[in-house]
Structure formats: C-alpha cells, structure tokens
Design a protein around this ligand. Structure first.
Ligand code: NAP
Ligand code: GLV
Length: 306
C-alpha cells in the first residue's frame, strides 16, 4: 500500500515517519510533483496538482477538521474525503471557549488592568442568566463546547442545520430559526464549517440581533465574520467585545484594525490544534477500516461542503 503526505504548513519531517510507524505494511512518502500513484493521500491544503496527478486514490484524508480549503479545489470524483473527527481537538476548543466566555463574564481583563496599576477594586457580581451563550454549529466541536459551557450554568443555545436534543442546550435549527437563536443569545460562539451558506453569516444584520452588550467568539473561520460590521457594532456599543482566533487573511496583516482594538482579544489560529500523534492514530485506524470495506466517521459530504 502506498501513502503520500503533503502539508502546506505542518511538519512533514515528523508526520512521514509517524505515519510510517503507524502503517508498517505501507510505504509512506512525502508527495512531490510526479510522485508514484498512491492508495491514500494525507493532506492539509494540498495544491491542485496533487489531486490531478493522484488518480488511484481510495481516500483522501484531511489533517484538520475544516475542509474549506479542500472544497475550493477540483476534487477527484468518487474519492471519499475524510476529515479529522475530534482527534483531541474538542477538549482544546472547549477550554479555549470556556476561557473566553468566563474571562468576559467575570471581567478578568479589567481586574488584570487594575492589579497591574496597583488598584484594589471590585466589580459587581453579574448574573450568568444575563449571559446566555449561543453556539453556532453543534457538530463534533460545537457539541463539546456547548456541553462544557453549560457545566458553568450559563444558559446555552445551539444552532445547526438539523435539530439536536442535547441536555442543557436549547436547540434551534435552520435559517428560519437563526434570528430567534441570535436574539436569545448574548455571547455568540462560531463553530460552523465555512461553506457557501455560512460565509459572511456574522454581518451587521445578524450581529445586531444579539442581546445588547453582545460578545463574539470566532473560532471557526475568518470569512464567517464581516470585519467592518464587527468594528462598527463595537463602536456603537451594541457589542461589548470579541475574542477572535481566525481571520480572513492569516497571519492577520500588520495594520489591521483588530490588532490594536481595545475590545478585541486575538490569538493566532490556535484554539484547537491538530495533534500529530492522535491524528496519525485516527487516520491509520481509518485506512485499516477502509481496507476492510467499513464505513468511517468524518466522511465529508461535498454537496453540503462539510
Ligand atoms: P462538524 O462536526 O462538521 O459540525 C458542523 C456543525 O455546523 C454541524 O452541527 C452542522 O449542522 C452545522 N452547520 C453546517 N452548516 C450549517 C448551516 N448552513 N446552517 C446551520 N448549521 C450548519 O464540524 P466540527 O468538527 O465541529 O468543526 C467545525 C469547524 O471548526 C471546522 O469546519 C473548522 O472550520 C473549525 N475549526 C477551527 C479550529 C481552530 O483552531 N480555530 C480547529 C478545528 C476546527 P448539522 O449537525 O445539522 O449537520
Ligand atoms: C483547523 O482550523 C482545522 O480546521 O482543523
């Protein structure tokens, strides 16, 4: 069995031997133009040339959860695309989002500033009932996040394409319930895949539906959010702040207004990293399952785009 690996930004020097150790029966190599035809490709943001050349693939594995970069390419017809299915990401996402929600709710940024200035001061306790958290996307990551936030007794709303029954989460589904979901939420967490339907979803119209003093946590993709609309709602005071991990252009260009904004907290696309050991184990297990003719989790529906 032949396996190729390609990544635009992961450490190939570690992935190739890692995959080889997990797949001793296979020959694993780094893809280069003109490489021999492989049975499986393990990729992150591959060039179109790889897909055009590799005409014998039995499956294409994406070493991330989001497949938006792959969906922009011409994919080989009939080849299953399989994305990472958690592989250690959901716990990272839950800790990141809980941290952002609690930091905002408990006003820790204000306390840090006060203590830094040598000021001993207290803020009035706030009721978490006034801070309902809305999670856009109740998939592998969104469900774990919604559950984790609910454990801190925040009211939690969730929005997805299809309705869900999750303990402690009020489910909203489809475009017809989006406005209702937003107006029931004050802190908004985006965990949607980036698709034709979800691009630019977080615009002035939608963000204005959040309760006054709204707060945005975007951990999905930068193109979900209309940057200028976020900035003007922060300016008007309808939104109190935002924590952003993802951006339209990454790295976030120097001089972008988000960099210095006092109400925006930034991180460099790090809320849930691909963990190499866990991911290789998952992919190797799935290659074995595909070889046995079994169905595997994480199969992408290219019509839906996720
Ligand atoms: P997933 O399991 O595929 O879940 C996607 C969720 O979004 C599902 O609940 C789906 O609804 C919902 N959804 C999709 N399109 C929708 C639409 N048009 N309207 C309403 N709901 C819609 O994906 P995941 O594994 O949770 O990952 C989510 C995203 O997180 C990824 O696509 C990626 O972009 C991002 N991500 C970011 C980082 C980071 O470090 N910042 C790391 C990993 C992932 P249904 O359940 O009804 O299908
Ligand atoms: C990271 O952003 C991923 O999609 O895995």
């Amino acid at each position: 069995m032949q396996v190729i690996y390609y990544s635009a930004d992961q450490d190939a020097a570690a992935w190739v031997p890692g995959l080889q150790a997990a797949l001793p029966q296979a020959e694993v190599r780094l893809w280069q133009p003109g490489a021999p035809l492989a049975d499986y490709a393990v990729v992150w943001k591959p060039p179109q040339q790889l897909l055009d050349e590799q005409t014998h693939l039995k499956a294409l594995f994406n070493t991330g959860a989001g497949v938006d970069a792959l969906m922009k390419l011409q994919l080989p017809a009939g080849v299953p695309v399989i994305r990472l299915d958690d592989a250690g990401m959901s716990v990272q996402m839950a800790e990141y989002v809980c941290h952002a929600v609690i930091r905002h709710f408990r006003e820790f940024a204000g306390y840090e500033a006060d203590m830094g200035a040598g000021k001993w001061s207290f803020r009035k306790p706030r009721s978490r009932l006034d801070f309902p958290v809305g999670v856009l996307g109740l998939g592998v990551l969104g469900q774990r996040v919604a559950r984790s936030v609910a454990q801190f007794d925040f009211p939690v709303n969730g929005w997805s394409r299809t309705a869900k029954a999750l303990p402690g989460v009020r489910s909203f589904a489809g475009n017809e319930q989006l406005e209702q979901f937003l107006s029931a939420s004050r802190i908004l967490v985006c965990l949607l895949p980036l698709t034709r339907e979800t691009e630019n979803l977080l615009d002035a119209k939608r963000l204005s539906c959040l309760r006054p003093g709204g707060y945005v946590v975007n951990v999905a993709r930068g193109a979900h959010l209309v940057d200028a609309d976020l900035l003007s709602l922060l300016e008007s005071g309808h939104l109190a702040g935002a924590t952003l991990d993802v951006f339209r252009v990454e790295p976030l260009p120097k001089g972008h207004p988000f960099w210095q904004h006092p109400k925006i907290t930034l991180t460099p696309h790090t809320s849930a990293r691909t963990l190499r050991t866990e991911s290789i184990a998952q992919i190797a297990g799935k290659i074995a399952a595909v070889e046995r003719g079994e169905r595997v989790a994480g199969l992408v529906d290219s019509n839906r785009g996720y």
